[in-house]
Design a protein around this ligand. Structure first.
Ligand code: ADP
Length: 271
């Protein structure tokens, strides 16, 4: 879609029609090029683990002789297959979201209890990275949300807080609320994010430092894109405060569950 409609000089209806058409073509162009980039990035990400599996098994078939050597190759293949699986799951989750096929299963969810359970699950990964998770404040807070999606949201944010921390660091989790909103905050003392990267970190496959991600055990590069999707689908908001070398804080706000109004007849009947 490169062509534009010629815009007549006279400021009549045809002029405005041509301008409007050109604006529509431009926004279609943007959507198409974003989609093309996503497909190119996704293909590249999918090819990497497959290439690793091919090359390690090729080498093993030619040279491996001992059981230890075979076991080491199998471990490698297993790790790459796991990475591939995670990537495909994340891609599917986003594709379904794009299509509008993911319907939220909304129910009252105690965000504080959910965060506590996710943090307990993340404790093992944190220990591996020599990072401590603190539950600063977990106030009883209920939102109307999709529990599975919210678990994944908190998990992605906690995983990042741990992975992008240095040994000896800490992650502080809190769930509080105002009159209208639930606030979940995940603060780390990690590597932080430079100002120039902050506007991009929610983009699909955007990584500040691709080399570090692979060292850290390879996440998909889609974690924050999924978090962002989940927050928007819940009519919430997300913001980040970060200082390079000091750490980052991700703050999600979600609308609180409002109690269903009690019918007057019930009130009257109850007296
Ligand atoms: P990834 O799979 O690379 O972690 P994400 O979408 O979760 O993908 O995050 C995108 C990028 O944002 C990461 O590659 C990393 O550079 C940066 N990032 C995310 N969370 C943090 C954090 N808590 N501290 C520092 N950098 C972070």
């Amino acid at each position: 879609l490169q062509q534009r409609v010629p815009v007549p000089a006279a400021r009549d209806e045809v002029h405005f029609l041509a301008v409007t058409l050109n604006e529509m073509i431009e926004s279609l162009d943007t959507v198409f090029s974003r989609q093309r980039r996503f497909v190119a990035d996704a293909s590249h990400e999918l090819r990497t683990p497959v290439a690793v599996i091919r090359s390690t098994t090729d080498v093993a078939l030619l040279h491996a002789t001992t059981q230890e050597e075979y076991i080491s190759v199998l471990r490698n293949v297993n790790a790459e297959a796991e990475r591939l699986g995670r990537l495909i799951n994340d891609l599917l989750a986003l594709a379904r979201g794009d299509e509008g096929k993911t319907r939220l299963e909304r129910e009252p969810v105690r965000l504080d209890l959910l965060a506590d359970v996710v943090a307990a699950n993340a404790d093992t990964i944190a220990e591996d990275h020599h990072v401590t998770i603190y539950r600063a404040q977990l106030q009883p807070t209920t939102v109307m949300g999709d529990e599975t999606r919210l678990i994944q949201m908190v998990m992605n944010l906690l995983d990042n807080a741990i992975i992008y921390s240095n040994a000896g660091g800490s992650v502080t989790l809190s769930v509080t609320s105002t009159a209208k909103e639930a606030i979940i905050s995940i603060q780390d003392t990690g590597i932080g994010i430079d100002q120039e990267h902050l506007p991009h970190i929610f983009e699909r496959f955007y990584r500040v430092d691709p080399a570090r991600v692979r060292d850290a055990g390879g996440s998909s590069g889609l974690g924050l894109a999924i978090v962002d999707w989940t927050v928007q689908a819940h009519q919430g908001n997300i913001r980040v405060e970060s200082q390079p070398g000091q750490g980052s804080t991700f703050i999600v706000t979600l609308p609180l569950a409002v109690e269903a109004p009690v019918k007057e007849s019930v009130l009257v009947g109850g007296r």
